[in-house]
Design a protein around this ligand. Sequence first.
Ligand SMILES: Nc1ncnc2c1ncn2[C@@H]1O[C@H](COP(=O)(O)OP(=O)(O)OP(=O)(O)O)[C@@H](O)[C@H]1O
Length: 93
Amino acid sequence: MKRKLNEDDVPTAVNTSAGDHSTTTFSALGLDSRLLQAVAKENFSSPTLVQSRAIPLALEGKDILTRSKTGSGKTAAYILPILQSMLQRKDPE
Ligand SMILES: Nc1ncnc2c1ncn2[C@@H]1O[C@H](COP(=O)(O)OP(=O)(O)OP(=O)(O)O)[C@@H](O)[C@H]1O
């Protein structure tokens, strides 16, 4: 289960279960095209579960506390939204 703090600093849960194997694509997560290119260059064909759940929330600016197995892709789950934020500050639309 993932938890985040709302505006009142109260954690709210985003439910996921071990049996949840819903798939999506990196482009559906709302990532910048430059990050999509980088992901493709790494041969990441699709996001892992933690990435598909965490990245959209992080791109909305939410704070996330998540837990998933080692090697499940948590690093990219938090780095990609950070990089997107940096790109948007550097190159605002
Ligand atoms: N969507 C993806 N598709 C394929 N490989 C991926 C994907 N996301 C991450 N990887 C690769 O999976 C490996 C493990 O990812 P990572 O180290 O981010 O996991 P982690 O959950 O942060 O692990 P730890 O808990 O040990 O910190 C890395 O080699 C990474 O490049």
